[in-house]
Write a protein that binds this ligand. Structure first.
Ligand SMILES: [Zn+2]
Length: 110
């Protein structure tokens, strides 16, 4: 029982780094951010608003990771096209990951 609580606490701890396409990106929680999150390409850092809920932080982390991926894969995409695409993928992928833990484990094993 005690272990399960620790596992849950660990899951809710925002990771300090994420690896995307072989690069390590720092993840920092900050107060007084105008948005839920931001990705600063020059600093290789994702900033997450400290004052939002765990669920919002998780969705925002995924959102910013998608910006990192698109920035690497499609570097000349204009922001007015990137933002709605990233938002659509964030909503779809977040729901997919939560609804399909067996598929996520299958993908992890590949
Ligand atoms: Zn965005």
């Amino acid at each position: 029982m005690r272990l399960r609580i620790n596992e849950r606490d660990c899951m809710r701890r925002l990771p300090k780094t994420v690896k995307v396409g072989g690069h390590t990106i720092s993840v920092e929680q900050v107060k007084n951010l105008d948005s839920m999150g931001e990705y600063h390409r020059g600093k290789s850092t994702i900033y997450i608003n400290k004052e939002i809920s765990y669920q919002q932080k998780a969705a925002t982390l995924l959102h910013e990771i998608l910006h990192v991926i698109l920035g690497e894969q499609v570097p000349d995409m204009k922001m007015e096209k990137e933002e709605p695409l990233v938002t659509a993928l964030e909503v779809g992928l977040f729901a997919f990951i939560k609804d399909n833990p067996k598929v996520v484990r299958y993908l992890e094993g590949a």
